[in-house]
Design a protein around this ligand. Structure first.
Ligand SMILES: Cc1cc2nc3c(=O)[nH]c(=O)nc-3n(C[C@H](O)[C@H](O)[C@H](O)COP(=O)(O)OP(=O)(O)OC[C@H]3O[C@@H](n4cnc5c(N)ncnc54)[C@H](O)[C@@H]3O)c2cc1C
Ligand code: FES
Length: 265
């Protein structure tokens, strides 16, 4: 983990409230993993707490962050100009388990859950067969997909309003793949709104497919020094910033149909 003032080299609006920020540093680690995140500091001293933002991509000593301007902190980020600095701390958290070769993988990103997906696909695509399902409320919520590299990847998109891809959601597409394509899926990775991940996890568990989900909790320190992000899992209390944010879905989501004698598989 490192703490550094990095230089903003790009900070552009992708759509609506969605932004992409690229920063350049000197100590940017080469050993970061998809699914890890950084704590970004606000300059205005009234905002004491850093904001957790996922690693969207790494390219040499350049990091990318994809973020939604929601509250005071993230809105402040939108005003950063090229050449200004921002203090970042990371990489933090465990990240997805991407040590796989020759697997059939489905990656599902919903809305802002698209944030860790670009780096995840980049890390997996050379050694595995990947289907990426992206979804969101409308065209703006999935516009970031245009910036992904989809060479050798099957892409399927769904929007609630049908403005891009099929009208529906990512879980509909996942179910259709399982029904129509008779594909043996080895693992599903997902990040997005909690109800979406829960639905994905249930489909995965019903079909005996390993599934990793990335959870969001409000974070104060990001380094397991407070209890701000504690959650109860089937393996006891865990801190999302340290034990997560990525968890095996079976540790979080209950699917009784899988094991009628109780619990998940
Ligand atoms: C591991 C992780 C990765 C994330 N990655 C991204 C990402 O890549 N892009 C993105 O847009 N958002 C991401 N988020 C959510 C993002 O951290 C919050 O939207 C953001 O902190 C809200 O800050 P604000 O200044 O907009 O809102 P404010 O209302 O000003 O925030 C007030 C406080 O609440 C905390 N907070 C509010 N909402 C959240 C939340 N959902 N999760 C955690 N802390 C919150 C803030 O850190 C701050 O301390 C991630 C959250 C986590 C936990
Ligand atoms: S945010 Fe402090 S322990 Fe996780």
């Amino acid at each position: 983990m490192f703490l550094e003032d990095v230089k903003v080299i790009e900070n552009i609006q992708i759509a609506d409230n969605y932004y992409l920020m690229r920063v350049e540093g000197t100590k940017i680690p080469q050993h970061s993993k998809p699914g890890q995140f950084f704590m970004l500091q606000c300059k205005d001293n009234s905002k004491v707490l850093r904001r957790p933002i996922s690693l969207h991509n790494v390219d040499g000593n350049i990091l990318e962050f994809y973020y939604e301007a929601l509250g005071k902190g993230t809105k402040e980020f939108t005003r950063l100009s090229i050449g200004e600095t921002i203090n970042i701390q990371g990489p933090l958290g465990n990240g997805y388990d991407t040590d796989l070769k020759g697997k059939n993988i489905v990656v599902i990103g919903g809305g802002m859950g698209m944030a860790p997906i670009k780096y995840l696909i980049k890390d997996l695509k050379d050694n595995n067969d990947i289907t990426f399902i992206g979804g969101g409320r409308n065209a703006g919520a999935v516009k970031i997909i245009e910036k992904f590299d989809f060479k050798n990847i099957q892409l399927k998109v769904a929007t609630d309003d049908g403005s891009v891809g099929i009208k529906g959601n990512t879980v509909d597409i996942l179910k259709k793949i399982l029904k129509d394509e008779n594909k043996n899926i080895d693992i599903i990775y997902t990040c997005g709104p909690h109800p979406m991940m829960e639905a994905v996890a249930k489909v995965a568990q019903e079909n005996n497919i390993r599934c990793q989900i990335s959870l969001e909790e409000r974070m104060a320190c990001g380094i397991k020094a407070c209890v701000g992000c504690s959650i109860l899992t089937k393996k006891g209390m865990k801190k999302v910033c340290y034990d997560g944010p990525v968890f095996e879905s079976t540790d979080i989501v209950d699917v009784d149909v899988v094991d009628p004698n109780g619990g998940c598989k």
